[in-house]
Design a binder for this molecule. Structure first.
Ligand code: 6PG
Length: 231
């Protein structure tokens, strides 16, 4: 049984070239509804190429609210900060144009009280986001929902503190409740290192606690040939 059918592109660059217009089309649809469209950004390295391509679109970026699916417990200027990555890949590139009003809502995972920071972020995060972008780790984690974590079955809270195996370990993450509610879910997976986890998640037992990326199985998966090599 297949839990999801990835769309396979040859290279990581082709994944980015497909993902950027996919995101823009769904945000354009949201702008017609006279409200601020909302995006939840994936962290890590995979989505950077996609984020950099967003500036090519004439979307009214100053009306878009960008949130984060997870953040590490580091300052916003730290090399491991997802906020810093998104600021450099998106906001700084769009900031020069009329998009200066663009909102990049930082998850303050470096706050002394992470539980309070999680609750504060939850209050800012729309109940239903227009576009949720996710990546996947080699252990099939997504956001900072790691295999075996109780957060993978959290449906009350929408943002929680976690300690994960991927350094930096202390993080804030969205929960399955945010994934389930999102209007559009996009998953970006590239590289041979992800192939085994992607195949297990697509074809194996349905067990989101062990394979958290399965929480996003209703989403659109754009993957490159290397990541798809075990499908
Ligand atoms: C994070 C990410 C995480 C990421 C995967 C893949 O903060 O670590 O949100 O879920 O998407 O670990 O990371 P790469 O794209 O760097 O392979």
């Amino acid at each position: 049984m297949k839990h999801f059918e990835p769309i396979v592109l040859k290279t990581a660059d082709e994944v980015a070239a497909a993902a950027a217009p996919w995101i823009v089309r769904r945000l354009e649809a949201a702008t017609f509804e006279e409200r601020r469209p909302s995006v939840v950004l994936a962290g890590g390295t995979t989505p950077k190429a996609t984020y950099r391509l967003l500036e090519a679109s004439a979307l009214a970026w100053h009306r878009v609210d960008f949130f984060f699916g997870d953040e590490r417990a580091v300052p916003p200027d730290h090399a491991e900060s997802n906020f810093r990555m998104a600021k450099e890949a998106i906001a700084d590139r769009l900031g020069g144009s009329e998009s200066a009003g663009l909102r990049l809502v930082r998850m303050e995972a470096d706050a002394p009280d992470m539980d309070a920071a999680a609750r504060a972020y939850e209050a800012l995060l729309p109940e239903v986001v227009d576009v949720l972008i996710l990546g996947m780790g080699e252990d099939a984690h997504t956001a900072s929902l790691f295999p075996g974590s109780p957060a993978t079955s959290e449906h009350e809270r929408r943002v929680v503190p976690v300690v994960g195996p991927k350094p930096p370990p202390k993080r804030l993450t969205i929960t399955p409740r945010v994934i389930d509610a999102a209007r559009n879910v996009l998953v970006l997976v590239t590289g041979a290192g992800k192939a085994e986890a992607l195949a297990r998640a697509a074809h194996g037992e349905l067990d989101p606690t062990s394979l958290p990326i399965q929480l996003a199985r209703r989403g659109t998966f754009y993957v490159d040939a290397a990541a798809a090599s075990a499908l």
